[in-house]
Design a protein around this ligand. Structure first.
Ligand code: CAA
Ligand code: NDP
Length: 292
């Protein structure tokens, strides 16, 4: 088993910032990378904002916030990852983007470094094949928002060795997370169950069974979900919801996973949810307004 003390994070979006946040608060050194310096800067500002809120709500101290922020170092290139024990990829949910990252990343890593992917759905075995170290590659699937959600799914590829599994499990526990192990099947456990529910909620809207508000209130108050399914889809990102449904549809070859045409249309419009300020709700005003 390897002790993980320094973690690289690729992708400074919703998930990468959350992963960097919890690692730094747990006392680990973090290196944060994205496609541009501006993206990294925006990511660091998000982390600062989320930690400041935790200070205001007495969840962490001001000292902890400052200490954690000082442990996160930006990296414009993979040169910054040479002494990382583990690198977690949390870039866009597209297999070609992720494969390209792994091909470029691996030559910069020390030989025994482990590589993880935060993918929501893509085969860990296939992604591992794009690296020079499939035995030290593993799926480490955090949930959104990372600082609040207790679960991490761990997914071993066909070649993942026991040392990598045990080391990443201990790493997740150090972050205060519970681990659920999933076999390497499309979308693993959480998204195999959650995404068809969200997709069905979109069909319910598409077929005119209910409005955005009716569907969300029905599931919040009728099934006791903390967020309605359309609100949650906007929170996750509609591009990610669509990618996961496509992986399920192609990977399991079953028409029950067909992405709803309305979901496709929203993504084609660039209405990706909260991150683009428009999805099933419009977030540009003071309060979210349903778009249907
Ligand atoms: C797509 C995939 O591959 C897998 C996935 O992740 S699927 C998505 C899984 N996630 C979910 O299903 C989330 C469902 N939603 C929820 O559980 C809740 O709505 C929620 C936990 C997100 C927010 O709960 P809430 O009570 O409505 O929100 P709110 O009162 O604003 O915040 C609750 C706390 O979270 C904190 N918080 C919210 N976002 C935060 C963030 N990004 N970072 C740190 N803290 C955050 C707030 O400061 C607040 O803290 P305190 O309790 O200490 O005061
Ligand atoms: N959103 C969610 O609820 C969850 C998402 N995930 C998974 O986590 C991953 C990230 O999702 P999320 O954070 O929501 O997505 P975001 O769109 O918020 O962030 C992705 C980030 O990765 C950047 N990026 C794209 N290509 C590269 C690259 N080659 N190198 C470095 N950075 C790159 C993007 O930049 P740009 O925008 O400029 O392209 C963007 O900043 C996905 O695999 C997703 O499926 C897992 C659990 C939950």
């Amino acid at each position: 088993m390897t002790n993980i003390n320094k973690v690289g994070v690729i992708g400074a979006g919703q998930m990468g910032t959350g992963i960097a946040h919890v690692c730094a608060l747990a006392g680990l050194d973090v290196v944060l990378n994205d496609v541009s310096e501006d993206r990294i800067k925006a990511g660091l500002a998000t982390i600062n904002g989320n930690m400041s809120r935790q200070v205001r709500r007495n969840r962490i101290t001001e000292e902890q916030r400052q200490g954690a922020l000082a442990r996160i170092v930006p990296a414009k290139s993979y040169d910054g990852f040479t002494d990382c024990d583990l690198v977690i990829e949390a870039a866009t949910e597209k297999e070609d983007v992720k494969r390209k990252i792994f091909v470029q990343l691996c030559p910069h890593l020390k030989p025994d470094a482990m590589v993880g992917s935060n993918t929501s759905s893509i085969s860990i075995t296939r992604l591992a094949a794009a690296t020079d170290r499939p035995e030290r590659f593993i799926g480490i699937h955090f949930m959104n928002p990372v600082p609040l959600m207790e679960l991490v799914e761990l997914i071993r590829g066909i070649a993942t060795d026991d040392g990598t599994y045990e080391s990443t499990k201990a790493f997740c526990q150090r972050l205060g997370k519970m681990v659920a192990v999933s076999e390497d099947f499309p979308a693993f456990i959480v998204n195999r169950v959650l995404m068809p529910m969200i997709n069905e909620a979109i069909y319910t809207l598409y077929e005119g069974v209910g409005t955005v508000e009716a569907i969300d209130v029905a599931m919040r108050l009728g099934a006791n979900h903390p967020m309605g399914p359309l609100q949650l889809a906007d929170f996750i990102g509609l591009d990610i919801c669509l990618s996961v449904m496509q992986v399920l549809h192609e990977g399991l070859a079953d028409s029950k996973y067909r992405p709803c045409p309305l979901l496709v249309k929203y993504v084609e419009a660039g209405w990706l949810g909260r991150k683009t300020q428009r999805g099933f709700y419009d977030y540009r005003g003071e309060k979210p307004v349903p778009t249907r």
